[in-house]
Design a protein. Structure first.
Length: 378
């Protein structure tokens, strides 16, 4: 065990402090940022990163950094996917130490605007069952020295502890999802079986009242109330559509997309045209399939709530490693950048979790096009 090889009491205390720092109930994104910062500070690294290994076991699906600000990250561009010395740590599953990256035969070089880095230490982050969750990458000690064997032991021990903390965070997330899923199903059932039926009953009673002798003012008030009830029922149906849960993977995504288009037509009165790949079974990770279906649900919910559209066209395409989902409606549109709200922000956040992005084009009176992408094997 790497713990046993640390003989310096001060460094052992620093390791314990770093582990205590990451013992938190933070969500996974915040936890990963804490881990890479704690690892960097533990050995005095100027720059650090935590690369999450994708489902293919050979590339990185996520890259969390320390020491590089947001502006510089934007200038550097796309995050690395595991080439060069980063890939050595992924494929080897053991620590990698390099004194000078410029002269290392496996180095892939740096993109434009990237800080110059010399010393390198890469260490796996292992889960409790021995699975490699990702890798810690540290470069350039602030005191100018190269990383030594004791630094390697420290980060290796920290990486094992971090893997256990990530296991706990993942378990908490799954438990919350399970509880939330059950609660959503109950809420959707109650809304459909109880609330909508009562609103229908009230609306019917008001319409019957219209048959009696009423003056024009009373008739107008009742008609407005019936219209409000119709709008409320539509809003509730949209809410039910949003909170429904789906069991989906790459083998049944196309079937679920077709079922969703029928559901939108029935519940929300919007005609959906699908343009899908010829393959019935798509090569997708379960995570990507689930996020894709939820992204479409969110996009169509936005159409129902805000666009006042009668039709929407949904296109699904495969472009290399990426899945591309496009949703175009014939609604009222909006003025960019004022228009997009929480729904489109959620779409963008969901895409970026899978190494993709979400963009939109819209003009008043010309409808809206949402283009959502994701790495299909993440």
């Amino acid at each position: 065990m790497p713990f046993h090889r640390i003989t310096d009491p001060a460094k052992l205390h620093a390791l314990i402090d770093a582990i205590l720092l990451i013992e938190t109930d933070a969500d996974l994104s915040d936890l990963l940022s804490l881990i890479v910062e704690a690892a960097s500070r533990l050995v005095g690294a100027r720059y650090g990163a935590l690369g999450v290994v994708g489902s293919d076991g050979a590339t990185l699906s996520r890259f969390v950094t320390y020491g590089v600000d947001e502006e510089l990250r934007e200038r550097i561009g796309a995050a690395p996917h595991g080439a060069g010395v980063l890939g050595e740590t992924i494929l080897g599953g053991v620590p990698v130490r390099v004194e000078d990256l410029a002269h290392h035969e496996g180095a892939a070089g740096f993109p434009a605007h990237h800080p110059v880095m010399a010393n390198f230490l890469g260490v796996p982050v292992m889960s409790g069952d021995g699975h490699v969750f990702g890798n810690l990458y540290l470069t350039d000690r602030t005191d100018g020295r190269a990383f030594d064997e004791e630094d390697e032991y420290l980060v290796e021990a920290f990486g094992r502890a971090a893997g256990l903390v990530i296991d706990q965070a993942t378990l908490r997330h799954h438990l919350r999802e399970l509880t939330l899923s059950e609660e959503r199903e109950r809420l959707a059932r109650d809304l459909h079986d109880t609330v909508i039926q009562r609103l229908f009953g009230v609306g019917l009673a008001l319409q019957i009242t219209l048959g009696s002798t009423l003056d024009e003012a009373d008739r107008d008030r009742i008609n407005r109330a019936v219209d409000e009830l119709d709008t409320t029922i539509h809003e509730i149906r949209t809410t039910i559509f949003e909170i429904d849960q789906d069991d989906v993977d790459g083998t049944n995504l196309v079937a679920r997309l077709r079922a969703m288009s029928d559901e939108v037509a029935t519940r929300l009165g919007i005609k959906v045209t699908l343009r899908l790949p010829l393959e019935a079974d798509l090569e997708l990770s379960t995570r990507c399939a689930r996020h894709t279906l939820q992204a479409l649900r969110e996009a169509l919910s936005n159409v129902a709530r805000h666009a006042h559209a009668s039709e929407a066209e949904v296109t699904l395409e495969i472009e290399g490693p990426m899945l591309v989902l496009s949703v175009r409606d014939n609604g009222v549109g909006f003025t960019v950048p004022v228009g997009p709200g929480r729904g489109l922000r959620n779409l963008r956040s969901r895409a970026r979790e899978l190494g993709g992005d979400c963009t939109f084009e819209s003009e008043p009176g010309r409808g809206t096009l949402v283009r959502w992408t994701a790495h299909r094997l993440d």
